[in-house]
Design a binder for this molecule. Structure first.
Ligand SMILES: NC(=O)c1ccc[n+]([C@@H]2O[C@H](COP(=O)([O-])OP(=O)(O)OC[C@H]3O[C@@H](n4cnc5c(N)ncnc54)[C@H](O)[C@@H]3O)[C@@H](O)[C@H]2O)c1
Ligand SMILES: O=P(O)(O)OC[C@@H](O)[C@@H](O)[C@H](O)[C@H](O)CO
Length: 371
């Protein structure tokens, strides 16, 4: 079985690539990072290390294509693939649509291809499908299914002796919406198929990622560099827990999750953030603050849902949004843009610009009042 995976980064190698290998696939990684692609083709293997234990797994049957240099090879790989996955980041999905459209055009007589975007966002595969649909006719689009998915495993930026090796937390979750995948469910060990993804992606994004963002942005304000330093500060842990209580109230109310089970889920997440065997930086977790402040993302969406469903202002989510608005990192393009926007229009003006919301929106009023 042949898989093509776009994005040979931390999640690509440390999670999706690992499960594809375990399930018997040969994986072609497509990336624009020439160094990583060269290393994949030279070494043809890498090792996944499981943080906190001596356990490791050698991943083989891998190769790489540099899509900035060899688009024909990418087209051919997609033409022949049994499965396509991505972990490139939400903002990059539109940039890989051409490669997918070109690959689909050349497919003849095969089963419909399953294409799964593994990004931290609601509707990642659906967005990719929309981008591909802008570039091709309906009959070409018909050659693929794009089931949405939710992925969870903390994979920090890597500092290993060998470039391709990855240290990951042992925990993982990969949930895919079964829908009507015409080519049959890809036989990937570790995927959980569900009828409707929405409760699962919202539970993951508004618990793991909201809590992570709260840790990073509150931590940055106190001058901490790592997630572990932030989690050593009890006031931050209390803030994260209170923020997740607010998102939890929304999730339990909206999707009927069992409250006790959800509290256990939150406890587990906080333990994962405290993991002493993972070294994760506030700059990675806080990266892309404009994306994270987006109307459908981990801060604003649950805060608005809280106002609507619970009927009260979400004090801790509002505080987290304010911390995100003040985030600074001169090496993060979005953080630089955010700073300029904040200096020009003030924090509330910046939030309105990013979300498209206006003064009549209760969340904007709550943020303005708190500031
Ligand atoms: N790291 C985590 O803990 C984690 C966990 C769950 C989900 N995710 C999600 O997975 C996605 C990837 O995150 P990551 O942490 O692996 O990031 P990363 O930066 O390590 O990897 C992204 C890779 O995409 C590549 N890329 C950029 N532009 C490209 C293009 N045009 N074509 C092909 N490849 C391109 C980059 O060179 C990089 O190797 C994001 O959506 C992230 O939210 C990350
Ligand atoms: O990848 P981002 O930028 O959307 O979010 C940063 C982290 O919260 C994220 O990568 C988590 O580590 C991951 O989502 C855990 O499953």
């Amino acid at each position: 079985m042949k898989a093509v995976h776009f994005g040979a980064g931390n999640i690509g190698r440390g999670f999706i690539g690992e499960l594809l290998y375990k399930s018997g696939y040969s994986t072609t990684f497509v990336d624009v990072n020439a160094e990583i692609i060269e290393a994949l083709n030279d070494e043809k293997e890498y090792t996944v290390h499981y943080a906190g234990s001596d356990e490791k797994l050698k991943v083989t049957r891998v190769r790489g294509i540099d899509s900035s240099k060899d688009s024909a090879a990418v087209t051919e790989a997609v033409q022949e693939a049994d499965l396509v996955t991505t972990a490139v980041g939400p903002n990059v999905l539109p940039l890989i649509a051409t490669a997918i459209a070109e690959g689909l055009k050349g497919r003849t007589g095969q089963e419909p291809l399953t294409i799964i975007a593994c990004e931290n966002m609601i509707g990642g595969s659906t967005l990719l499908k929309e981008e591909v649909s802008k570039l091709t006719e309906e009959e070409v689009l018909e050659k693929a299914d794009f089931p949405d998915s939710a992925v969870d495993r903390i994979v920090p930026i890597q500092h290993n002796e060998k470039l391709l090796d990855v240290s990951v937390e042992p925990y993982f979750e990969w949930i895919v919406e079964e829908g009507d995948i015409r080519g049959g469910k890809p036989p990937v060990e570790g995927i959980t198929y569900v009828d409707h993804l929405e409760p699962y992606i919202e539970r993951k994004l508004f618990s793991v990622n909201t809590g992570h963002a709260a840790t990073a942005y509150k931590g940055a304000r106190k001058g901490y560099e790592t997630i572990r330093e932030a989690m050593d500060d009890e006031t931050i842990v209390r803030h994260v827990r209170s923020t997740l209580k607010e998102t939890g109230d929304v999730l339990v109310e909206r999707y009927g999750f069992d409250r006790y089970d959800h509290e256990k889920y939150i406890d587990k997440i906080i333990e994962r953030f405290k993991n002493p065997d993972l070294s994760d930086f506030v700059t990675r977790v806080g990266r892309g603050p404009i994306r994270k402040l987006g109307i459908e993302d981990r801060l604003v969406r649950p805060a608005r849902a809280h106002l609507e469903i619970v009927g009260r202002e979400p004090e801790y989510l509002v505080d987290t949004i304010i911390a995100a608005l003040s985030y600074e990192n001169p090496e993060d393009e979005e953080a630089v843009k955010l700073k300029a926007l904040r200096e020009e229009r003030g924090p509330v003006g910046a939030l309105k610009e990013i979300t498209g919301l206006d003064d009549s929106e209760p969340l904007i009023q709550a943020v303005a009042k708190r500031i």
